[in-house]
Ligand binder design. Structure first.
Ligand code: TYM
Length: 334
């Protein structure tokens, strides 16, 4: 008798805090798409995380819907995976509260993302921003995830997730699976096109040329790449003192499925103008079909509604099982 072998579980999420950037796509979404054949995948729209920074409510609702539509447009199947909106599954808030009581102020104070965001939003350093990593731990642990595919900037949040899970398990037995990060070799840290010393961010509104949003007009995408900051020696080479060119090599590599070194070899002796054109062409060829599909899917309101409803039910079923276990362990009457 053949018994189906259980696949490992993958969990990841993205905030609907802006149209995803090329960084989000290359560091996360493209890998999610490629992993779906071999794993049981659960992908969320982290709208509860998004309100740690002030959002316009009408826009947030729209961005949430657009993001789930974009997941599907990229090729992440809602039929074979679970795609859902975080706030639709109440277990996230409930487990996050429990885990808050097992997380120390000291460890949260060390989070670099908290420090960066506090500096950026000095007028709104709220408690949610501080306990953000605990909610993220709850997300991952609710689904007993084996692997969490993210970009480099989430590494520290994964480490604290593991620490919290281990602390809880040491007290109460094996309640949570201890997850591993899954960070791609190329594309895990895409930098800004105008300031290649800082990561590209979807919520960067200071300089639009710094960020490629994957729903930007296709000609604008090509132009942003052609205008990217480089240097003056006209040599396409990976080097810490050539952050602009290194970033473009990384982008090209991640888009075409090559390493940055392979990309470098391909462009040996090529001038900057020609090199940038090739990078722009590769990015456009990758993004254009996604944009077309996004447009089609957006018109099908009933389908997107059904994906959201279905995803919430499937996610809640799994999450509630873990939540009940944790509630029982801490002494809640369940
Ligand atoms: P978010 O929404 O900031 O980013 C989503 C994903 O994109 C990756 N990423 C990048 N990768 C490469 N280069 C870049 N410039 C770049 N910018 C962003 C991020 O690493 C991430 O994988 N806290 C998370 C959302 C979250 C989550 C979770 C993730 C909530 N709960 C549970 C995993 C598991 C965040 O803010 O991602």
């Amino acid at each position: 008798m053949s018994e189906e072998i259980k696949k490992s579980v993958i969990y990841s999420a993205m905030q609907p805090s802006g149209v995803p950037s090329l960084g989000n796509y290359l560091g996360a979404l493209k890998n999610w798409k490629n992993l779906q054949q071999d794993y049981d995948c659960i992908f969320a729209i982290a709208n509860m995380h998004a309100i740690t920074v002030r959002q316009n409510p009408t826009e947030l609702r729209k961005k949430t819907r657009d993001l789930i539509t974009l997941f599907i447009a990229i090729g992440i199947s809602p039929e074979n995976n679970i795609l859902y909106v975080q706030s639709d599954v109440k277990a996230h808030a409930e487990l996050a509260w429990i885990l808050n009581c097992y997380t120390y102020m000291g460890e949260l104070s060390r989070m670099t993302q908290f420090k960066d965001k506090s500096a950026k939003h000095a007028d709104n350093i709220n408690a949610g921003l501080f306990t953000y990593p605990v909610l993220m731990a709850a997300d991952i642990l609710l689904y007993q995830a084996d692997l969490v595919p993210v970009g480099e900037d989430q590494r520290q949040h994964l480490e604290i997730t593991r620490d919290i899970a281990e602390r809880f398990n040491n007290l109460y037995g094996d309640v949570f699976k201890i997850p591993e990060g899954f960070i791609p070799k190329t594309g895990a840290r895409i930098m800004g096109l105008q300031d290649p010393t800082k990561k590209m961010s979807k919520s960067d509104t200071d300089n639009d040329n710094n960020v490629i949003h994957i729903l930007d007009d296709i000609n604008l995408i090509a132009n942003k790449i052609k205008r990217a900051v480089t240097d003056s020696d006209n040599e396409v080479r990976l080097s810490p003192d050539k952050p602009g060119i290194s970033n473009l090599l990384n982008i090209y590599g991640a888009v075409t499925g090559k390493t940055a070194e392979e990309a470098q070899n391909e462009f040996k002796g090529t001038g900057y103008g020609e090199f940038k054109k090739c990078v722009a062409d590769a990015v456009v060829a990758e993004i254009k079909p996604i944009q077309d599909r996004f447009k089609e899917l957006s018109a099908d309101k009933a389908y997107i509604d059904s994906v959201i409803k279905d995803g919430a039910e499937k996610a809640a079923y799994i999450a509630n099982k873990t939540l009940r276990k944790a509630q029982k362990k801490v002494g809640f009457p369940v």
